[in-house]
Design a protein around this ligand. Structure first.
Ligand code: NAD
Length: 323
């Protein structure tokens, strides 16, 4: 049981992350997986057939009763609360681990992008219940980095933490899914999410700014490849335009070149910009650009034509041409 790992939430990010965990964890240990939907769990189990044992659990509670290292990545704060705090099926409902002296040895890497207050409260609840160490561990890099095992991890963990054994285990677990050079100690509980929300404030607003700039350029008669290269070599260069160019067939690996395949849903953009806007307001910083972006993303998220597609489809919503 000590070497077993649990993985909860097997969506666009969770599935490739869990696959890499199975690939890199001790081959004789078991990966326990759980999702509210049965299909993603069955698909992952089949994909991992040659890598080592995988068992589908019926609840987060069952995951926690079988693994001392638990990773979760679910859509939003209410799902994180359900996973950890539900009195019947949640992690806190798990019985004491039988083959270790106390279940305080559990560690949790909670990777969802949620608000700082929820993460802090769930982490403190687990601590008070003697259920182990919860670290907010949001990730960056999107689905491509999740597939390559090259995610950034922004850990709500102090590099001088006194609990060395838990810290070392958190780091080695993050190494299963992330680039060693991109695993950051951001401070104590909640600080990983603080860093994540600041980063997402930029990436989400850049996506809209890129879409507006490219749509303007194409309508002014510029060639899309020329404009992309000009910006890449000039002061407007940014990661989002390099990798998530919203104009189809400019960047082959961008969702737009793949019929806006997910990716990162427009609905998630509303959530992430909203979290960053709330965080800015909470410390007296006026988030002018974030508020404007949120108004646009809200309209995209409720438009049936664009639902379930990558958020870079905002380019189409704005009337951006293909050529
Ligand atoms: P997703 O909707 O593709 O997947 C979420 C999965 O969680 C689904 O399979 C869903 O069935 C499952 N789920 C929902 N409630 C659950 C519960 N109570 N218990 C167990 N499973 C549950 O979402 P995603 O794109 O994988 O994103 C997940 C989180 O990661 C979000 O917070 C998002 O903001 C963050 N994130 C996403 C990306 C990205 O590029 N997609 C990048 C970085 C961070």
């Amino acid at each position: 049981m000590e070497k077993n790992v649990g993985f909860i939430g097997l969506g666009a990010m969770g599935s490739p992350m869990a696959f890499n965990v199975r690939k890199n964890m001790p081959p004789d240990a078991t990966l326990f997986i759980y999702d509210v939907l049965v299909d993603p769990a069955e698909r992952l189990k089949a994909a991992c057939e040659t890598l080592g044992p995988v068992k589908i659990a019926k609840s987060p509670r069952e995951v926690a009763e079988n693994a001392l290292t638990i990773i979760s990545i679910v859509p939003a704060a209410q799902h994180v609360k359900a996973v950890y705090l539900d009195a019947n099926s949640g992690v806190t409902a798990a019985k004491d681990a039988t083959d270790v002296p106390t279940n305080s040895r559990r560690i949790y890497l909670e990777c969802s992008t949620i608000d700082i207050a929820t993460a802090t409260s769930v982490g403190n609840s687990l601590k008070q219940a003697g259920m182990g160490t919860y670290v907010d561990s949001p990730v960056s890099g999107g689905v491509p980095a999740a597939e390559r095992g090259a995610l950034s991890f922004l850990l709500g963990l102090d590099s001088n933490s006194k609990d060395r054994s838990s810290s070392d285990r958190v780091l080695s677990t993050a190494h299963y899914m992330g680039s060693p050079s991109k695993i950051f100690h951001c401070g104590g509980l909640g600080k990983g999410l603080a860093a994540k929300l600041c980063n997402n404030y930029l990436s989400c607003t850049f996506l809209l700014a890129n879409s507006e700039a490219m749509a303007t350029g194409l309508r002014l008669g510029l060639d899309k490849h020329v404009l992309h290269k000009v910006i890449h070599e000039s002061t407007g260069q940014n990661f989002m335009l390099d990798h998530v160019c919203p104009v189809p067939d400019v960047v082959p690996h961008a969702p737009s070149s793949n019929n806006y395949k997910l990716g990162f849903k427009a609905e998630m953009l509303v959530k992430d910009v909203g979290l960053a806007v709330d965080a800015a307001n909470s410390v007296g910083i006026k988030p002018t650009i974030g508020e404007a972006a949120m108004n646009v993303y809200r309209q995209v998220a409720v438009d049936e034509e664009y639902q379930g597609r990558d958020g870079s489809i905002v380019y189409k919503f704005l009337g951006g041409p293909d050529n």
